[in-house]
Design a protein around this ligand. Structure first.
Ligand SMILES: [Zn+2]
Length: 436
């Protein structure tokens, strides 16, 4: 058994005092008249009301003594419903037991104080296993409520096993049903089927990732309101990657589409110690206590080509595609249209507006499949976008009017068309300026 957290030590102390001096349990009910133990069986004193169902129910009525079913009827109380026929008026068998109380309200009876301690230990150990397995420090592991226990005489039938009492405290009932996950099940379906929210299903199955169910997995599908809500404050160490930067060295011996890594970069690592507050396992706040870089990222060095394409263009352009211009250069839909759109069916051939060298063939974000032609001499570059296919490859020299690709609808496009763009020194200009 792992070392108990402070709260349990305190609880144990309270319990010992309670047994020795009749504190705790009775103090929690101090507004009620004191009653001597030998008066309890008479059931006439209000201080014994809380235990009355435990002492009055008979065997045939066992279902109704279930605290959880009682809870579903209304306020959390152990009071037996009135007007109950007590079959044959049999004298209930009484037994010494230990009653566990939550915030002063009696909830469930177990055999003895050791069993009560085991109930609490079991709940907290299960929580620790589910949520704190990678904790480096557990600062607090306790309940949101005050959990105490006290010796008392109860009806023998009402005494729960440790496992039943754990379920009563955590699930609101000891009548726990399970469901075996089948192919195609989702947590949402299962929760709906059994009248639970997915949150309740998750809470009834601590440590189970209900968004990632396995076929054959057993789920607890019984859930009422829990009596206790475990909570924790713990620390753990997490690691984060630190991306590297890339230094680009221009190299005029390489073509613009050529580049290569000289020195590969590598990610760095940051180690963080975080404090997490959890309620029923769910992290409700995170605080970074310490952060240090355990490995510096290593810079990547890349050579990129800037070799000037020779002056290949004639300076007089042909239209890359004949068709209706459906959108002009300039402001459009609150932004700026960097070229012109020419409508044509998918597959219609697209030609080079002027002679030049193909410097890019490939996908380019919203442009989809695209060809770039540098017409050389540092004067002009043209872009042909949303293509369905290519007819050229990078580094190839093309002549004015050569087919370079085919109209398509790739990238950010609502129908087959060519987006044609002319760039001077990297900036788009109005293509129609070149077609007098
Ligand atoms: Zn366009």
């Amino acid at each position: 058994m792992p070392r108990r957290p402070l709260l349990l030590v305190v609880l144990a102390a309270v319990i010992s005092l309670g047994l020795a001096a009749d504190l705790g349990w009775r103090n929690l009910q101090s507004s009620r008249p004191e009653v001597a133990a030998d008066e309890q069986e008479s059931g006439t004193d209000s201080a014994t009301d809380a235990l009355s169902p435990l002492v009055s129910a008979d065997g045939a009525d066992r279902e109704r003594t279930d605290i959880a079913s009682r809870q579903a009827q209304g306020p959390r109380t152990l009071r037996e419903p009135q007007g109950e026929p007590t079959a044959g008026q049999m004298t209930p068998v009484m037994k010494e037991a230990t009653v566990i109380a939550v915030d002063g309200e009696p909830v469930v009876a177990v055999a003895d104080a050791a069993a009560a301690q085991e109930v609490v230990d079991t709940i907290l150990a299960s929580y620790r296993e589910s949520y704190l397995s990678d904790a480096t420090v557990i600062e607090d592991l306790s309940f949101a409520e005050v959990v105490t226990w006290e010796a008392g005489e109860v009806e023998a039938e009402s005494i729960k096993t440790v496992e039943e009492a754990v379920n009563v405290l955590l699930l609101g009932t000891d009548k726990v049903a399970t469901y075996t996950v089948e192919s195609g099940d989702t947590a949402w379906d299962i929760a709906l089927e059994y009248g639970l929210t997915t949150d309740q299903l998750a809470r009834a199955n601590p440590g189970v990732d209900i968004e990632w169910l396995q076929i054959g997995q057993e789920l607890t599908i019984t859930y009422k309101e829990p009596y206790v809500h475990p909570q924790s404050v713990s620390q753990r160490v997490v690691y984060e990657g630190i991306p590297f930067v890339e230094e680009r060295i221009e190299d005029d011996s390489l073509w613009p589409w050529e580049s290569f890594v000289v020195t590969p970069g590598s990610w760095g690592t940051r180690e963080k110690t975080v404090r997490e507050r959890r309620q029923e396992g769910v992290v409700v706040s995170t605080e970074v206590l310490a952060s240090r870089v355990t490995a510096e990222p290593k810079k990547q060095v890349r050579r990129v080509g800037i070799k000037q394409v020779p002056d290949l263009g004639s300076g007089s352009l042909v239209l890359p595609l004949v068709g209706e211009i459906t959108s002009y250069y300039g402001p459009r839909w609150g932004s700026w249209h960097n070229g012109i759109d020419i409508a044509a069916p998918t597959g219609a051939p697209v030609v080079a507006a002027d002679s030049g060298m193909v410097t890019y063939v490939g996908w380019n974000g919203n442009y989809g499949k695209m060809v770039e032609i540098d017409h050389g001499g540092g004067k002009m570059v043209t872009w042909y976008a949303h293509l369905s296919d290519y007819n050229v490859s990078v580094g190839q020299t093309v002549g004015k009017g050569d087919v370079i690709g085919y109209v398509g609808n790739t990238g950010y496009s609502t129908g087959p068309h060519l987006h044609f763009e002319i760039r001077i020194d990297g900036s788009p200009v109005n293509p129609l300026n070149y077609y007098p």
